[in-house]
Write a protein that binds this ligand. Structure first.
Ligand SMILES: C[S@@+](CC[C@H](N)C(=O)[O-])C[C@H]1O[C@@H](n2cnc3c(N)ncnc32)[C@H](O)[C@@H]1O
Length: 209
């Protein structure tokens, strides 16, 4: 399967309508977590099955993965899980998504594509504009999680987020996972692979202040 999709391709200029929280979830009042670049959504299925007091929304740019995840979610009658197809940047920067960011409690960027070459860095999902938008719309106390096995990408994401003074770093040891979207610290597929290969994982948690 083709792994990398150019998010700047015109194919992603049009974004699909994001349903209201009532349409997506059985109980729209639950805490909402957003996973960016969720691939086939297995991480979110694992979470949504055990954490009934959270709603989970995955955004993924590979359409086939989203279609399959949506079908699986319907078959399993998951009422706290939903998937949206598209470039997360275009989706989250669109004014029609304001309601999402205003309601979200936390967002994860797990092992985003590194786009190593300098000329391809605009394809990275974390961009200053996106962070600005998150800083304007997220409620105080909302949390962003980043994880990657690429040190340069970690440094880039960390710099981009902390360049915005509305976000501060939270020390992992001071973070209370039991109240988070991921109480059992479930691992993503890429994370499992990285652990087996004994590669480094760079991660950080930020809070909107
Ligand atoms: C390396 S995979 C990691 C998947 C998963 N988060 C994990 O940790 O196993 C990165 C995923 O992000 C998706 N992706 C990359 N850029 C994206 C974008 N701009 N918007 C939405 N998804 C994106 C890719 O298609 C891919 O599925």
């Amino acid at each position: 399967m083709r792994q990398h999709v150019n998010p700047l391709s015109r194919n992603f200029d049009q974004i699909e309508r994001i349903p209201s929280l009532h349409e997506m979830f059985n109980d729209s009042e639950l805490n909402l977590h957003l996973d960016i670049g969720c691939a086939s959504g297995e991480f979110l299925f694992d979470l949504a099955l055990v954490n009934n007091d959270w709603n989970y929304l995955g955004i993924e740019i590979r359409e086939r993965l989203v279609k399959t995840a949506k079908l699986k979610s319907l078959e399993r009658e998951m009422s706290n899980l939903y998937f949206v197809f598209g470039n997360a940047n275009n989706i989250l920067n669109d004014s029609r998504s304001k309601f999402l960011l205003k309601n979200v409690k936390s967002i994860s960027f797990n092992f985003p594509d590194p786009w190593f070459k300098k000329r391809h860095q605009k394809r990275r999902v974390i961009q200053p504009d996106l962070i600005n938008n998150l800083s304007n719309l997220l409620k105080k106390g909302s949390v962003i999680f980043i994880k990657t096995d690429v040190k340069d990408l970690f440094e880039y994401m960390d710099y981009t987020i902390l360049n915005n003074f509305n976000f501060k770093k939270i020390d992992k040891k001071d973070f209370n996972y039991s109240e988070s979207f991921n109480t059992n610290q479930v691992k993503t597929n890429r994370e499992k692979y990285v652990i087996v290969k004994k590669m480094d994982i760079f991660e950080r948690i930020y809070m909107k202040i």
